[in-house]
Design a protein around this ligand. Structure first.
Ligand SMILES: Cc1ncc(C[n+]2csc(CCOP(=O)(O)OP(=O)(O)O)c2C)c(N)n1
Ligand code: SF4
Length: 286
């Protein structure tokens, strides 16, 4: 096992000063240290967006995929070597817009991986256009007269799609977010963590102050995370005055990899290729 001495890389981040992504970055590093994970056995997979640059600044193995395609990439990595800890991080545009189909199927599949969505309710990298979680009426370059659609509710979607660990954190509450990420990594199955992540440059509504005034913790309300009905009620709460954060729902269900016969002999990456005609396979797929 590689001893963790420093999870930072030599590359300096280019996030705007005050960006909520710094909170996610720090919480994730602390969770990795807290779980005593070997950085050499972590695959940190991302899409495209401000948040998706995170794996350039954490010293684990990493793969930056395409916009909205981080979950297929993470799935492929996990199926090739299910002994790796696979953590996927991307924005709300990435996961709830172009990648929405993958999001739903990954949850019902229940591979043992963690998916963190840094939800800033805008397309940050491309200069703040309205995203699937922007609030109705949100004004931006793409909806100058205000968004007409209602926002996607990712937690309700996760509940109905079969995620086995569903939580919401806030990038401005580091210890709380660290615990959620840590528990998500420890959970056996697909862990989904939606993070309220202020974009200080392009979202002037959902600011630190906005969340500071509204966030309350489910654990303080004695919410029962085994009760799916109660989780739906909490997930459906309007954000007028209060926003619940914490663990909404957790269940145990066999993981995909534990039921996939091809993985019974161990990770595919470690299996012998003796007797397998690679050329024939290559010819078939080329
Ligand atoms: C297929 C494809 N469509 C569009 C883009 C342009 N693009 C790059 S990042 C991005 C949005 C990023 O927003 P989000 O995923 O919410 O992440 P954030 O930057 O806010 O962290 C878009 C539309 C792209 N790179 N690829
Ligand atoms: S544009 Fe927004 S999300 Fe992107 S780095 Fe700046 S503050 Fe963060």
């Amino acid at each position: 096992m590689t001893k963790i001495t420093n999870l930072n890389t030599e590359v300096e981040s280019n996030w705007c000063p005050g960006c909520g992504n710094f909170g996610v970055w720090n919480a994730l590093k602390q969770a990795i240290v807290g779980q005593n994970l070997d950085p050499d056995k972590i695959a940190l997979v991302s899409g495209i967006g401000c948040s998706s640059q995170i794996n350039q600044w954490i010293n684990t193995y990493g793969f930056q995929s395409l916009h909205g395609r981080l979950l297929p990439a993470a799935t492929g990595i996990k199926l090739c070597n299910h002994e790796l800890t696979v953590i996927a991080v991307g924005g709300d545009g990435d996961g709830y817009g172009i990648g929405m189909g993958h999001f739903i199927h990954a949850m019902r599949r229940n591979l043992d991986m963690t998916y963190i969505v840094t939800n800033n309710q805008v397309y940050g990298l491309t200069q703040g256009q309205t995203s699937p979680t922007s609030m109705k009426g949100h004004k931006s370059k793409s909806t100058p007269f205000g968004a007409i659609e209602i926002p996607v509710n990712p937690l309700e979607l996760a509940l109905s799609s079969g995620a086995t660990y569903i939580s919401r954190g806030y990038a401005g509450d580091l210890p709380h977010l660290t615990n959620l990420i840590s528990d998500g990594i420890a959970h056996k199955g697909f862990s989904f963590i939606d993070v309220l992540q202020p974009c200080v440059t392009f979202n002037k509504i959902n600011t630190y102050q906005y969340f500071q005034q509204r966030c309350y913790k489910l654990e303080d309300e004695k919410h029962d995370a085994a009760d799916k009905h109660a989780a739906y009620i909490r997930a459906g709460e309007a954000w007028d005055s209060k926003i619940p954060i914490g663990l909404f729902y957790e269940e145990e269900r066999p993981t995909y990899e534990s039921e996939e016969g091809a993985l019974k002999a161990g990770p595919l990456a470690g299996q012998s290729l003796e007797g397998i005609n690679i050329e024939r396979i290559m010819r078939r797929f080329m």
